[in-house]
Design a binder for this molecule. Sequence first.
Ligand code: ADP
Length: 183
Amino acid sequence: METQIAQTELELIQGDITKAQVDAIVNAANSALVGGGGVDGAIRRAGGDAIEQACAEIRAREGGCPTGKAVITTGGDLHAKYVIHTVGPVWEGGNSGEPELLASCYQESLQLAVENGVQSIAFPSISTGIFGYPTEKAARVALTAVQSFVEQSNTAPASIQFVLFDEATYTCYADALHVLFSE
Ligand code: ADP
């Protein structure tokens, strides 16, 4: 499923983000930037040691990555040149700034992408696995954040994909896209 926002093509795909043929893939990391499960484990396995080495350097220099922020590393053995690691909020009921922090993940990742000349980028569904963010709510936040970044930027990537692992997640994003773009 795809739609156009300004000069950017936005596409929803069901699949494995480690296989995405894009300049940068986004990782749903943790604030320590240490290997986790879920999409983080899959990206590190596919990307190899170079990603862990780059994360170790960032840990040594900056102590990790705060929630809502993003850092960039090599993509190692992945097709993608870069991995952008962003730290989504853990769901605590929705009144602890979760929507703002989740929106910030998408916007900070896109900002880093622009600064590094990334023309195509793939996002997973940040925070909706181990971090427990309800997927319907997260999908709305994610798509709104991407839409507002693209509308405010003259230099947004030409292609933005959401690569959603399972059908239920894909359906939530497809429904949210319908609602947002029929308003
Ligand atoms: P978080 O800790 O931010 O919740 P998770 O990795 O637990 O991150 O889950 C985020 C989303 O990534 C979930 O929807 C999960 O199903 C999905 N996911 C897991 N592996 C992959 C993969 N290889 N490609 C794309 N998405 C994936």
